[in-house]
Design a protein around this ligand. Sequence first.
Ligand code: CP
Ligand code: NVA
Length: 303
Amino acid sequence: MKHFLNIIDLSNDELLGLLSEAARLKEAHSRRIPAHSLTGRVVALIFEKPSLRTRVSFESGIAQLTGTSLYLPGNEVGLGWRETLADFSRTISQYVDMLVLRVYRHETLDGLAQHSTIPIINALSDWSHPCQGLADVLTVRELFGTETGRTVVFVGDGNNVARSLAVACGKLGMKFVLACPMGYGFDDKFKEQYRQRVDANFPVEVNDPHAAVSHADVIYTDVWTSMGQEAEREERLKRFAPFQVNARLMARAPSHCKVLHCLPAHRGEEITDDVMDGPACAAFQQAGNRLHTQKAVMEWLLK
Ligand code: CP
Ligand code: NVA
């Protein structure tokens, strides 16, 4: 059974195929060409955490492909505590054609996937955010014509979004640099997995954001405290303060440099209003691309 749990599981050809299908779907959607690739299919969305972009872009994407979506709050189905993941998986596999899941623990996805006879899409876990990574690289491609050879400087911690994007960049011939406070870089498990499974140099990690952005084509940032890390918020606010994406940091970047953010943004923390609303920011184009890349993923999984 094919799933979409991590970008690292995709071959380079599969990744390139998803990007070109997403671009095709985007173009077709802009011309309002009807699509029917999910006709008669039911997709269940189960979210343990809040969402705007992911939930709405999946539900709209499913409707645009004439499928049916079913939203189930995580606390209603009680993944792993109301019944075992195996029992849940065996049951729901008979009712719907695909599952889209946003979970606290990535292990929940692995546990479900083990027993699932339908494809599962990771809509964000504590480990990765592959749907985001795919939309991110499509946006880079649109902004520069090609993603190959471009440098993305991620200013933030080595979190779920950074891991997925780092792998996507490695697979597509892009350079990924992580600028983070000491102690907030990529974990050992990720380093090992990357070295074993990605045919590219491991991303460079630096602790000086101002020096890091001097060769950036893209500056990328995300919230300093991810969902589930709320207890660390006060400490993180202090540690990440010098890593804000603001006018002073932008002044160190090349003039063509673009700014991406997976959103939601905490304006005034990781990014200032002037940068978010300024000409370099492409975060809303990026958010729009979630719709098209996810449609490509659903079609690919059901093929
Ligand atoms: N970027 C992203 O996944 O946004 P949501 O949390 O709103 O889905
Ligand atoms: N790193 C963030 C991404 C939100 C889309 C989080 O996990 O909360």
